[in-house]
Ligand binder design. Sequence first.
Ligand SMILES: *Cc1c(COP(=O)(O)O)cnc(C)c1O
Length: 384
Amino acid sequence: MAPIIFRKNKSMSSPDTPKIPADLLPRDGRFGSGPSKIRAEQVAALAADASTYLGTSHRQATVRNKVGEVRDGLAALFSLPEGYEVLLGNGGTTCFWDAATFHLIAEQSQHLSFGEFSSKFASAAKAAPHLKDPSIITSDVGTHPVAVADESVDLYAFTHNETSTGVMMPIERPKGASGLVAVDATSGAGGLPVDPTQFDCYYFAPQKSFSSDGGLWLALCSPSAIERIETLASSGRWTPAFFDLKIALDNSRLNQTYNTPALATIHLLASQIKWMNDNGGLAFSSGRSRQSAEILYTWAEASDFATPFVRKPSERSSVVGTIDFHEDIDANQIAKILRANGVVDTDPYRKLGRNQLRVAMFPSVDPEDVASLCASINWIVGNL
Ligand SMILES: *Cc1c(COP(=O)(O)O)cnc(C)c1O
């Protein structure tokens, strides 16, 4: 079979768009925070299996074995302790938030809200008529708040990496707390180290560190989280079937989803998990992101026109870097010139409204390409 070659996006450049010298450009120009870069090998593996896998029943062995590979592969990647289970379902992380309001939060949750994504789960819990108003702890953008143990809270909602601001937080159970710890790890999972004994539910979607497409949610659940799902599902609380985590649990145990999943997404995801495990597991994949992050932040700190947006080095994300630019330089224009040269999706999170670039450094992104991106930005600023 012919090798699959990724062509850089056809440039929209007019004769007066600056043309970055080819030897400075990253070999792969995809730096988006989701959907994110998919490695050519994943696409080739899907193409190789296409005629026996794509277009076949998700209730039969071929696809169910692939789902089994995903579930076992994640258990290995995260070194899940005995009794933890991998659940999955359709609808992505946004759907999982709604499901959690039915079958993970018993009465009241506490949310650390420090950006667009973490605030959304808090809003979903607040809007649920069957729950008490959640306790919501906020902090300034570019930082993260700290949880406070509270007897009336039965679920603590954390976000491993706030994708909108580029802030990461350590995942630790709040001291003295008895509630479940649920972590939105949509952009953090696979790219950041984590200790599974510190969470009860670590949930994510495949379109970020796992280099696949969106539309699926995955949740690593502790025995306490499974017990919570079973208790709430038998409590008589009305729950739409699509948000019913007991239905998701029962189907997951059979390596199935409640309704039809996207088969290509599962295949690309399985390839990525295998790549991570074959190369040394989470230490390898999170190490790649940490290496990229060191390159990006070291460059920004040394630069006289760029600076890391997140002040505290320990809170600067290894998977999504946010870089502020001096007011004399228009970051939007840099993003446009990069795009015209085939280097895409470095635009900042729109609602943050800063003179900023945002760079995804998920494990698939080659650290050398991050170095090339920095060199390309230097070239643009020097030639503006
Ligand atoms: C991307 C993202 C989401 C949304 O995921 P969907 O699968 O699109 O619903 C939620 N939380 C975080 C932290 C994200 O990065």
